[in-house]
Design a protein around this ligand. Sequence first.
Ligand SMILES: [Zn+2]
Length: 300
Amino acid sequence: MSDKRVYVDAHIHISLNGENSRKLRAEFKEKKYDSLKDILCQYRDNNILILRDGGDNLGMSLAARDIAQTLGIIYKTPGWAIYKKGGYGSFLGRPVEDISEFKESFKELLKVRPDHLKIILTGLVDFESYGQVGGIFFTFDELYYMIQSAKEKNLPVMVHANSSEAVRMAVLAGADTIEHGYFITEDELYLMRERNTVWVPTLSPLGNIKSCDQRYSGQISNIQRIYEGHLWKIKKALTIGVRIAVGSDAGSYRVHHVTGFFDEVMHLQKCGISKDKIYEMSFENGIKALGIKVNQGTIP
Ligand SMILES: [Zn+2]
């Protein structure tokens, strides 16, 4: 039994490395897995032993799951995410146009033994204009169908959703976790509490670039505003008792593996909660997000 605290990062992308992922992805295509193994070893060495991936289009997270097992890491992956043809998500998953294409894709997906289903319902936060997320890609009926299909196979469902409308739709359709959830309102927070939905707010992608980033130099004030607004919602969520899991979105720009988790903890501290409380919350709600039951003391 370990006396060291085990950490859970409930939202990572092993197929990306926080800067320029091209090299990492090219190596994988050549069947070179050393970099993947290195990243996972760093997670292990920092006691981040429970990870949930958001999927990729190359099978990297599936390979990572196999490697993770040899390192004593609990690693959950959706295989690939489901996204709308023509919409956002090409490097994270496979596209579907409609329900009949989803049925085909889901049949294929089940063959790689996914641990959960990941659905990309909206695009990314637009740093140019406050509140824009690029629309909602699926109808409620499509989303509901996909989520219920996963539930029939006992798979939890993570939904990437920004905007109050998209988050509401995802929660009502039965999503187990809401990823990002930028621009949600108090109404969705109450709904999430009522439905016991876990929220993974991923502050780091914005929080880590807000200071002095060349790439976003013209958008810093907007990013700062979105980040502050998100912090405020998280604070509110904690007050009313919404379950929040710590997910860094490691792999996305400026969010590096391993340090991303501690960045996310640092950002969450700005809501006025102690580090210890965040660690507790990250474990309890993190394992709920992964759909597993383990205790701190029983993880090797
Ligand atoms: Zn992500």
